[in-house]
Design a protein around this ligand. Structure first.
Ligand SMILES: [Zn+2]
Length: 270
C-alpha cells in the first residue's frame, strides 16, 4: 500500500515535472489567414493538426492558418517523454463575396488551347509552395514590397454565372508601371518568370519554414531563380502583365499550401 502510494507520488511528480519541461511561447493571434511564431525547446518535436513543423536552431517555429481554416487547431509538442497539447482557437473571418450573372461564356473560361499552359504554370507554383527550407527570413520581419493604395484584398471571391471562382489570395497594391518592387523579407528566389499566363512577370521567394511570397504582373524581372535576396532588395518593377486591366502588384504570401493574408503579415500581426 505504502509502496504503491509512493509509486503513484513519483508518477505524479514525474508528470508535473514533465509538464513544466515543455516550454511554449506563442506570439500573435491564431486567425484565418494569419501566421503565428512560436518558441519551444530546440530539442522538441512540434505538430500542428498532425503535421510535423520545422524548428529553427533556437526553437522558434512558424505555423499558418488558411483562408477557410476551421475554428480549432491542435498543437502538440513532445520533448523526450514529456508532452504538451494546446487547443488553439482560430478566429473566423468573413470575406467579400461578389456575384455576377449573365456574363458571356468567353469571359468565364479561358480558351482550351491555353489550358495546358495554365495547368503547367500552376503546378510549378504549387510544387514550390511545398518547400520547407531552413531559411530564416520569415523570422526577421517584413516590409511592403511597394507603396500604394490597396485595390484588392485577401479572401474576396467572385461567383460568375453561378460558378465560384478561386478566391483572391493576394493583396493588390496599385502603383505606376516601372515602380521598383522589393523583396518583402530575406530569402531565396525560387521562381523568376517573365510571362506566366495569368500572373505575367512573376517572382517567388522562399523565406523559410514553409513561407513564400509571390509578386505578380511585373513589367520587368530583375532576379533569377536560385539567387539569395535581402529584404528591401529590388527584384523587379510594377506592371500590367498577365490577365489584368491595370498596373498593380499582386502580392501573395503562402505557408506551405495554406494561403496567408499579406496584409496581416505586413502589419506585423503575422
Ligand atoms: Zn490580385
Amino acid at each position: 500500500m505504502a509502496r504503491s502510494l509512493a509509486a503513484l507520488l513519483v508518477l505524479m511528480l514525474g508528470v508535473c515535472a514533465a509538464r513544466a519541461e515543455v516550454p511554449l511561447v506563442l506570439s500573435g493571434e491564431a486567425r484565418q489567414g494569419g501566421l503565428l511564431i512560436g518558441r519551444t525547446s530546440p530539442a522538441a518535436e512540434v505538430e500542428l493538426n498532425g503535421r510535423r513543423i520545422r524548428l529553427a536552431p533556437d526553437g522558434r517555429f512558424v505555423i499558418g492558418f488558411g483562408r477557410d481554416h476551421p475554428p480549432q487547431a491542435r498543437l502538440e509538442i513532445r520533448l523526450g517523454q514529456a508532452r504538451l497539447g494546446r487547443d488553439l482557437v482560430v478566429s473566423q473571418r468573413s470575406y467579400d463575396i461578389q456575384r455576377i450573372d449573365g456574363l458571356p461564356p468567353a469571359q468565364v473560361t479561358p480558351p482550351p488551347e491555353v489550358l495546358e499552359r495554365i495547368r503547367a504554370e500552376a503546378a510549378r507554383i504549387q510544387e514550390l509552395r511545398t518547400r520547407d527550407s531552413g531559411l530564416a527570413g520569415v523570422l526577421g520581419g517584413w516590409i511592403w514590397p511597394v507603396n500604394g493604395p490597396i485595390t484588392g484584398v485577401y479572401g474576396s471571391q467572385r461567383i460568375l454565372n453561378g460558378e465560384p471562382r478561386q478566391p483572391h489570395f493576394g493583396i493588390d497594391i496599385a502603383a505606376p508601371t516601372g515602380t521598383p518592387v522589393v523583396a518583402a523579407a530575406d530569402g531565396e528566389v525560387v521562381l523568376a518568370e517573365a510571362d506566366f499566363y495569368f500572373t505575367g512577370g512573376t517572382v517567388m521567394i522562399d523565406h523559410g519554414h514553409g513561407v513564400s511570397s509571390v509578386y505578380s504582373h511585373l513589367s520587368r524581372v530583375d532576379v533569377t531563380a536560385g539567387r539569395p535576396v535581402a529584404r528591401g532588395e529590388r527584384i523587379g518593377a510594377v506592371g500590367a502583365t498577365g490577365r489584368v486591366t491595370g498596373a498593380h502588384l499582386d502580392f501573395r504570401v503562402n505557408w506551405l499550401n495554406e494561403r496567408i493574408d499579406p496584409a496581416l503579415v505586413l502589419a506585423g500581426g503575422r
